[in-house]
Design a protein around this ligand. Sequence first.
Ligand SMILES: N#Cc1c(-c2ccc3ccn(Cc4ccncc4)c3c2)n[nH]c1N
Length: 239
Amino acid sequence: MRLDYLSIFPGYFDVLGISLLGKAAVNGLVDVYAHDLRDWTHDRHRTVDDTPCGGGAGMVMKPDPWGEAFDEIIGTEPDPSVHVVFPSPSGEPFTQSVAHDLSSVERIVFCCGRYEGIDHRVIDYARSMWTVHEVSLGDYVLNGGEVAALAITEAVVRLVPGFMGNPQSLAEESFSAGQDGLLEYPLFTRPVSWRGLDVPEVLMSGHHGRIAKWRRDESIRLTRERRPDLTDSDVSARH
Ligand SMILES: N#Cc1c(-c2ccc3ccn(Cc4ccncc4)c3c2)n[nH]c1N
């Protein structure tokens, strides 16, 4: 998997050389390339923004540098196998399902906007050439797309076959298909007693059936308490 990042702050992506992602890069599972959008400007100030047409506050990112960067980094021929991700506060929710879909893709280009956003024609052009995902991390405001691109990267790459040492752990996580869309149950490890707090006895019983039931019940309880939006009527009935 090749990952490209287009940003006026490419240094954000230096962190991708650390930890598991760094290991994946070493193992050849992922190749990471960060690009400074200003390298595709031609004025003395390396200008990437301008005032919004129609007025309004803030600045908008000019289309020209993006187009020239696309030409050099991706190419000038349409290729739907290339997935271009635009993090955006007005994007569709980024979910585990989207992460799973992207984990089988060979090439992802992250376009990290700043200011008030990117000239919409850039997104329209990208849609005419590649497979585009305009996604939002959640209902809160960031200053740009870089942090979102890092979060999306981690969510996607950890699902790439061969990345996680123990793929079984993926199946039991919150939001994984194996969890029926439920939140993950509470986790415990040794010591059994810690500052007056004990591990639930059932988890020390060695009775796998009771342990599985306790974990399921806890997942249902937590999901109903914290994320009623994740439990539809059918799921509630089953639970
Ligand atoms: N994904 C995602 C996001 C962003 C986000 C993403 C890209 C850009 C580019 C520029 N900005 C700043 C901005 C622009 C317009 N309105 C408010 C803030 C961004 C925010 N904010 N919150 C999320 N969940």
